[in-house]
Every structure is written in C-alpha cells, then in structure tokens.
Design a protein around this ligand. Sequence first.
Ligand SMILES: [Zn+2]
Length: 155
Amino acid sequence: VTVDDASPSLFAPSLLAALGVLRARGLRISAARRLILDALYRADRPLSAHDLAGRISADLASVYRNLGLLEEVGLVRRVRLGGGPGLYSLASAAHYEFVSCERCGAFEAIHPKRLEGVRALIEQEFGYRANFGQFPIVGVCADCEAVAPTATRSQ
Ligand SMILES: [Zn+2]
C-alpha cells in the first residue's frame, strides 16, 4: 500500500466543512462533488472510483475527474493496494490498515483499533510496534483457504 503524499492533507471533520473548503477556494459545489464527498463521509472504508460511481449513480469518468480535483485540493487521499484499483478516502479519515489475499487479491480495510491486539502481541514477542498501513498483512483469505488449505496450517 502506498499513500500518495503529493498533495497536502486537509482536515475537514464534516461534509459541511469540506464544502466550505471548496467554497473558500472558489470551486463550484456541483451535485457530483457533493455526492462524492457525502458518500466518502458515510463510508466505513476506502472506496474505489467504481464503488463511488455505483453509489451515486454517476458515470465513472466524472467520478475520476472530481476525485482528481478533490485530491488536488487535499480533501481526498488515494491509497494503492498492490495491483488492485486505487482506493479513495477522506484525507482526514482514520488511517486504515489492510489485510490482503495473496491468491485472489481480495483485501479488507481495517480500522487500526481492531489490530491493537495483534500489535500488542507482536510488540511483546519481538519488541516491534507493527504498522499495517503502509504494507498489508498478506495471507490467504477464508474463501481461498476453503478451496485449498495452505500446507503450513497442518504443521
Ligand atoms: Zn483469496
């Protein structure tokens, strides 16, 4: 996972605050921009442009164009996960961490709080404070495991 840090991140705690940022920059608050931001504020995980287009019933090209602008402004951040599609979240949202399947490419965004137990265990055993935001925890997802169990499981 690499986070594109080319643009500055802006802290906008609410949709209203984000719209205020656009207004302050003299940018038009189009229906598409409002809907994209609203969807991102409601989402509990980063979304792909495809997800967003589906949620707000907009065409993909328009979603990409507006995401590009929101990223430039600093309201939206793009995360890349291996070869998967780019994912977008609010720049001010919690930094997600990820688990990813090495076989089918499935991934899940996880709130850092849910990984505290794992982090504590690793810290206790190895003295390292683990961070899964930059690189995901890579393994085999439940679906792939059901189809063909990994050999290490039985050892
Ligand atoms: Zn899988």
